[in-house]
Design a protein around this ligand. Structure first.
Ligand code: ZN
Length: 146
């Protein structure tokens, strides 16, 4: 079903159900705009979550690390891959079990903050997400909008 203001992608990605106010952070994470056009919806009415932000990006397909970063922004985020004008695949992002090179450790004496070591975190809780540092075991809680 199409609504006024809908912008149709040919090949690209729709990042939907972002919590209101996180579209700009999502764009920062993804380094947008890159090549294709980007449409940004902010504070869009959503039957599911009340209000949402949404990004539609032509010509962009996300890698695992980008999906992992986006998953930390909210609990209902969906990512749809569009090919040839049709949704080819739609997934709800889960908080990843493991984050590699994504979070910084909150422990100032952790080795990851003084040496060039890639951080590795294991998830201890999904909601709200908490992750344990693989080096010093300090648990970091991710703050995100409900
Ligand atoms: Zn640490």
């Amino acid at each position: 079903m199409s609504r006024p203001g809908d912008f149709r992608l040919v090949d690209g990605t729709v990042i939907d159900h972002l919590p209101v106010g996180t579209a700009s952070e999502a764009m920062r994470i993804l380094g947008l705009p890159r090549e294709g056009p980007v449409t940004v919806g902010i504070n869009v009415p959503s039957p599911r979550i009340g209000r949402k932000d949404i990004l539609r990006v032509e010509g962009l397909f996300l890698c695992k690390s980008e999906l992992d970063r986006l998953a930390l922004l909210g609990r209902h985020i969906t990512v749809s891959l569009v090919r040839g004008g049709e949704v080819a695949e739609k997934t709800v992002l889960d908080v990843p079990q493991r984050l590699v090179g994504i979070l910084a450790c909150s422990n100032p004496t952790c080795i990851t903050n003084s040496e060039s070591v890639q951080t590795v975190f294991e998830r201890t809780d999904a909601d709200p997400p908490r992750f344990r540092c693989g080096y010093c075991e300090r648990v970091t809680r991710i703050e995100r909008p409900s």
